[in-house]
Design a protein around this ligand. Structure first.
Ligand SMILES: Cc1cc2nc3c(=O)[nH]c(=O)nc-3n(C[C@H](O)[C@H](O)[C@H](O)COP(=O)(O)O)c2cc1C
Length: 401
């Protein structure tokens, strides 16, 4: 979607993490981008250019004076056709050179000659990264508008545990999508998304929850980010990594989610409630772990949770989800009207391969004007974009009012 057909210039430098750049190049190709790899001379000590060539099916660049280049003046041409320049992994040495504006290799020349956004993913020993020289260089590049992702904390090649690891490919892909999407059709908009199933405590070790994995909400948050929105994701604990460039607020219970949503919607243009909020919670959660008793039956008293969508109103587009196992459209329409939503995403959780915890979803979008869009089974990310198409339309109608 955002990535298909884009030109990505991938700069690879002499770090032990250079092998991860092969996986990144492979992911970029899978996302149908055109990847031009520039390797520094040191990078070639770590990974053979052939690895990148095999993955990208393109020549690898690196020698400013190469006579056999397919390009005219390669660093200028690469710079001009780049939609984004990604330097991953970026060594302390390269970061210092780029901060100083040096151009003694193809990567340096390309960076100086390009107008494209630049993403830097540092990878080095923790002490090298902590060093004031490196910190100053990174700060200078940030001040020039470069985006910096990582480094992450963890075990480093030196044996040290600290901040210096190259971030994982998934996070790099998220950062690339976010940067390329900056001028998308949601640029300047603020979107709040909720995700996951709330956890309502019974005692300090037990809770009541549901099968929501958070995948639908995370897909909406990432899709909105990739279209240029400022995104706040209010999430229960899930197995999913925090998406790059999205502000994540973690909550457990419905009451906490209500407070977080109220806070987040102050400046919002849209609220998309993909979370599965428990209707009821234990009336009196115990402060101590409840011990097993002799009785065969244990009765747990439940009280009603706040209805977040019914309580949070304002001048923003409100989107709800209705996960139903029967009377899908009837129930979804009732919810749409009762909560005065602008849009409801009705999904039939009894459809095989659709709904909770899977990557796909089949839904019908129903809006307050009576428009109905029945969608086939599709990836949650695709459905997220369909929902956002509708949100953009609804935002336009609001402005026209
Ligand atoms: C085994 C090994 C691993 C290295 N890993 C890193 C690293 O992760 N980050 C870094 O900044 N430098 C690392 N270096 C040092 C760089 O390779 C060295 O500074 C080199 O000049 C970088 O050149 P380049 O920035 O042009 O690629 C490593 C060196 C060796 C020998």
């Amino acid at each position: 979607m955002t990535l298909a057909g884009k030109n990505v210039v991938l700069g690879v430098t002499g770090s032990i993490a250079a092998f991860k750049a092969v996986a990144l190049a492979s992911e970029l190709v899978r996302a149908r981008t055109l990847v031009d790899v520039i390797m520094t001379a040191s990078a070639r000590q770590f990974v053979a250019p052939l690895s990148f060539q095999a993955v990208t099916h393109r020549s690898i660049f690196g020698d400013v004076f190469a006579a056999n280049s397919e390009l005219n003046i390669e660093h200028v041409e690469l710079a001009e056709r780049a939609d984004i320049v990604v330097i991953a992994p970026a060594t302390a040495n390269t970061i210092a050179k780029l901060a100083a504006g040096m151009a003694d290799d193809v990567l340096g020349c390309t960076v100086l000659a390009t107008d494209a956004p630049i993403l830097l993913a540092p990878a080095m020993d923790a002490h090298m990264f902590d060093n004031p020289a490196t910190q100053e260089n990174v700060a200078r590049l940030r001040a020039r508008g470069w985006e910096v992702v990582g480094p992450a904390a963890g075990r480093l090649a030196s044996g040290l545990v600290g901040v210096g690891r190259l971030v994982e490919v998934e996070e790099l892909m998220g950062a690339i999508r976010a940067l390329l999407g900056r001028s998308g059709d949601l640029a300047g908009r603020s979107v709040v998304v909720t995700a996951g199933g709330t956890q309502e405590p019974i005692d300090p070790v037990r809770y009541i929850s549901n099968r929501s994995s958070g995948k639908m909400g995370y897909a909406v948050a990432e899709a909105a980010r990739d279209r240029g929105a400022q995104v706040t994701l209010i999430s229960t604990p899930t197995a999913l990594p925090a998406p790059f460039g999205v502000q994540v607020v973690y909550v457990n219970t419905a009451e906490q989610m209500l407070a977080a949503v109220r806070d987040a919607v102050q400046e919002a243009d849209a609220l998309i409630m993909a979370a599965a909020v428990a209707d009821y919670r234990p009336a009196r959660p115990s402060a101590e772990k409840i011990k097993k008793a002799d009785a065969d039956v244990w009765q747990l008293e439940l009280v009603k949770n706040p209805d977040i969508l019914a309580q949070v109103r304002g001048d923003f587009v409100r989107v709800g989800f209705a996960a139903e196992s029967q009377h899908l459209l009837e129930n979804a329409l009732a919810k749409l009207h009762a909560k005065q939503l602008d849009l409801i995403v009705a999904n039939d959780i009894s459809t095989p391969g659709s709904g909770f915890a899977v990557d796909d979803n089949q839904a019908v979008l129903l809006d307050a004007q009576g428009e109905r869009l029945a969608l086939p089974l599709m990836a949650k990310r695709e459905l997220a974009d369909q929902i956002l198409n509708k949100v953009i339309k609804l935002l336009g109608q609001r402005r026209a009012k």
